[in-house]
Design a protein around this ligand. Structure first.
Ligand SMILES: NC(=O)c1ccc[n+]([C@@H]2O[C@H](COP(=O)([O-])OP(=O)(O)OC[C@H]3O[C@@H](n4cnc5c(N)ncnc54)[C@H](OP(=O)(O)O)[C@@H]3O)[C@@H](O)[C@H]2O)c1
Length: 338
């Protein structure tokens, strides 16, 4: 018999446009006792990522869509409250694939144990030391292949991935230009993160003109987080043998039948390499990536921002902040411990 009740948000219907409470309602369900080698986590943090919007649909994607009726999938960090595994004691903290829910039951072998006493906030393991930091690290260095002296342009530059991309590119000796959706974000990436230039794409008017002005020597690496018109404008500003790292197309995620890019001829005109990637391509190199990011963070060479919103009941409106740009940095839900 169980004594725990799990509040969870589940996918009742596939959204068209932005998801709302009819697509993602809430329910309370009992938590079964853990089976052999399973643990039950009481979630402390829930990661809110644009990719979750993709999993709510049923288009082909890099992992399976969320099945209708299932809780909305996301990464979580939680404290073990029940364990049927010799590897986990009650009180341990671990990261897991979970859901928008208070309790996650998972096989112990799938968890990453986290050390609360490292002097690093647990939330960092969802951001700069977790999936978004690693995406920036591998996407920029492996796909973008920046060289010292080159110009790197990054969109959604004040976001969880983009802000780390820009800082790594600066460490590699590049001129770095970021595009972001407010003057405050532009100030932050220039003044605090060391970007050379920032473009507020919501007020600049002509994207291509603004990119040319901020990148007088052209763009050698475009790290694309947004797709759409910004990507098309960036394609027109690429140098010979430029690289485009396609990380995400957030501008299209809530737009049914969004049109594709139109300026792909530039790949021919400038002998450009354009490559999509997902973090899962680098599973066997996570240790290297996390090791390097921890070192940079400890040395003060990269900084990060997290926006942490308290309360599982705020999960859906908070998730939607990703799509109107009202988040800065890694967006998380915290479920405070009593
Ligand atoms: N390939 C992978 O493995 C991988 C892994 C993680 C993330 N990603 C992708 O990386 C991108 C960034 O993710 P993140 O987690 O770091 O989120 P984030 O950048 O922290 O937040 C999303 C940001 O996107 C910008 N945005 C939203 N709608 C936009 C639009 N229509 N046009 C232009 N910008 C828009 C907003 O910033 P502004 O205020 O600047 O508009 C918003 O703050 C997403 O496309 C995501 O899917 C890919």
């Amino acid at each position: 018999m169980t004594d725990l009740i799990n509040r969870q948000y589940y996918l009742a219907s596939r959204p068209v446009g932005k998801p709302d409470a009819t697509n993602v309602p809430v329910r309370d369900v009992p938590v079964a006792d853990p089976a052999s080698d399973e643990v039950v986590l009481r979630n402390l943090y829930i990661s809110l990522d644009p990719a979750i919007r993709g999993w709510m649909g049923d288009d082909p994607n890099y992992i399976e869509p969320i099945t209708l009726g299932d809780a909305v999938r996301s990464s979580v960090i939680g404290r073990v409250v029940k364990s049927n595994s010799p590897d986990y004691a009650v009180g341990d903290v671990a990261m897991s694939l979970g859901a928008w829910e208070q309790y996650t039951t998972a096989q112990a072998i799938t968890l990453n144990k986290l050390d609360e006493n490292m002097g690093i906030p647990l939330s960092s393991f969802m951001g700069v030391l977790g999936p978004t930091g690693l995406t920036a690290y591998f996407g920029l260095l492996d796909v973008g292949k920046p060289k010292a002296g080159e110009t790197v342009l990054v969109s959604a530059a004040a976001g969880a991935v983009g802000s780390v991309v820009g800082q790594i590119a600066k460490m590699k000796g590049c001129r770095v230009v970021g595009m972001a959706g407010s003057d405050d974000k532009c100030r932050w990436i220039k003044d605090d993160l060391g970007f050379d230039e920032a473009i507020n794409y919501k007020t600049c008017g002509d994207y291509e003109g603004a990119i040319r002005k901020a990148c007088p020597e052209g763009v050698d690496v475009y790290f694309d987080n947004v797709g759409g018109d910004i990507m098309d404008s960036a394609l027109n500003c690429l140098n010979k043998f430029a690289r485009v790292a396609v990380c995400g197309w957030i501008s299209t995620y809530n737009v049914p039948n969004a049109p594709g890019p139109v300026n792909l001829w530039q790949l021919v005109a400038e002998s450009v390499t354009m490559q999509g990637f997902t973090l899962l391509d680098y599973l066997d190199r996570f240790e290297e990536g996390i090791g390097q990011l921890v070192q940079w963070l400890m040395a003060g060479e990269i900084t990060s921002r997290e926006e942490i919103v308290d309360g599982l009941d705020n999960v859906l409106p908070t998730f939607l902040k990703l799509f109107d740009g009202s988040n800065t940095g890694k967006l998380l839900i915290r479920i405070p411990e009593e």
